[in-house]
Design a protein around this ligand. Structure first.
Ligand code: SF4
Length: 418
């Protein structure tokens, strides 16, 4: 019996969704004896990790067809096709096309090009592949948008993902109904620049309209979560959903990137420090149990100690809990890569200080949950997550994939204990 393809996923939730879709496409096409690495290009470390993974997988599977795709392959296909371990390099659009996988079936693969990577900027549609499941996960990620029209000076993503394009609301609702029918209790809306959802659709609906429509048309969906948003682009309908829809999770991850206005301008971000503070204040007024996560870059070119202190202070001022800290990593071809760099040791030290502030914020949040009741979505027999995304550990088994009630008794090793 020929081996089913092996998938190795790197990077963001959108990549995770696409890996689930590729798994189904490859299976349907009868692809066998293949290893597929879905790469990320957000930092130079991510690209280095992909290469490492490719070498490791080649050693483990010497006879398999090794296929590389994802943003690192899309932005720099030549550097992967030059690797002796690699047989095929496939672009981000091609990886979602059934015909790509049909051509990779055992009897056809010999006739395919080694590099199949088209101009991502010419893509206008999102691939409408509906997935059936998500491996063993208890929550399912659903792509609603792809690409980005912004050009933040540090970011390579638009060159890997193309311009912004939306999945029509009807397709999103069908996808979510399908996942709920298969027992998923939580769905996470994912994309590259979620708040631009709808701008390319007739009547230009907004993300909030989509959220309200999903909750109306899929009444059996217990939990809807939004992955990452640009707070300055949040629309009125989304604020209404935050205020009135208990099934919309009180947890928003903000793409803040920095807390200093001059640096935000040099990043070409659309918000300033006070805009971010105003947004979290208003969202909390509407939904007092709201918890925020945020992406923050440490050591962006020209960042002074004083500018960094403005970022650090934002963690407490905005009461951010789940921090994703990125030490600045120059991306080839981006404007920031040509700006005067902050010395490496300073970048490292600042990232460590931000992470420490993040750990303290998590400790504050967890301590405040002791004695409270929470509904927890079980991810494995002994661990699940609250609506605010905190991990909860149980001493006895609970049904995986189900939402169970819990009263928090203590905090241990960075987890709540029920
Ligand atoms: S909004 Fe900026 S950071 Fe986000 S994907 Fe687009 S260019 Fe990159």
């Amino acid at each position: 019996m020929a081996d089913a393809p092996i998938f190795s996923n790197h990077g963001c939730r959108l990549n995770a969704y696409e890996t689930a879709a590729m798994t189904e496409l490859a299976e349907a096409a009868g692809v066998t004896n293949a290893v597929v690495v879905n790469t990320c290009a957000v930092t130079s470390q991510a690209v280095a990790k992909a290469r490492q993974d490719i070498r490791k997988l080649r050693r483990a599977h010497p006879d398999a067809t090794l296929i590389v795709t994802g943003c690192a392959a899309q932005t720099d296909p030549g550097s992967f096709s030059a690797m002796p371990e690699v047989d095929r390099v496939i672009g981000n659009t091609e990886k979602m096309a059934p015909e790509t996988w049909a051509d990779l079936a055992p009897d056809l693969i010999g006739q395919t090009e080694a590099v199949q990577v088209d101009d991502i900027m010419s893509v206008r549609e999102t691939a409408g592949h509906l997935i059936d499941g998500f491996g063993t996960r208890s929550r399912a990620y659903v792509q609603v948008q792809n690409g980005c029209d912004h050009r933040c000076t540090f970011c390579i993503i638009p060159f890997g993902r193309g311009n912004s394009r939306s999945v029509p609301a009807g397709v999103v609702v069908d996808q979510i109904k399908r996942l709920v029918d298969r027992g998923f209790q939580e769905v996470v809306l994912t994309g590259v620049d979620l708040t631009s959802w709808g701008a390319d659709l007739p009547a230009a609906p907004r993300l909030g309209d989509l959220v309200l429509r999903i909750l109306k048309l899929v009444p059996d969906l217990p939990r809807l979560r939004i992955s990452s948003i640009d707070s300055i682009e949040v629309d009125a309908a989304l604020m209404q959903a935050i205020a009135t829809e208990p099934r919309l999770m009180p947890h928003l991850h903000l793409s803040l990137q920095h807390g200093d206005d001059l640096i935000l301008k040099r990043m070409k971000r659309r918000h300033l420090r006070d805009d971010a503070l105003r947004f979290v204040e208003e969202a909390r007024r509407l939904r007092p149990d709201m918890t925020f996560g945020a992406d923050i870059i440490a050591g962006f070119p020209t960042e002074t100690e004083a500018a960094f202190d403005n970022s650090l202070a934002l963690v407490e001022e905005a009461d951010l809990t789940w921090l994703h800290v990125f030490p600045y990593s120059p991306r080839p071809g981006t404007p920031a890569a040509r700006m005067p760099a902050v010395p490496g040791p300073a970048i490292k030290a600042r990232a460590a200080r931000l992470r420490a502030a993040g750990d303290q914020a998590v400790a504050r949040h967890l301590a405040a949950q002791v004695g409270r009741a929470h509904d927890v979505l079980m991810e494995n027999p002994r661990m699940g997550r609250t609506a605010q995304f905190a991990e909860v550990r149980f001493d006895t088994d609970r049904p995986v994939g189900q939402i169970v009630p819990a009263t928090i008794r203590a905090v241990q090793d960075g987890q709540l204990v029920a």
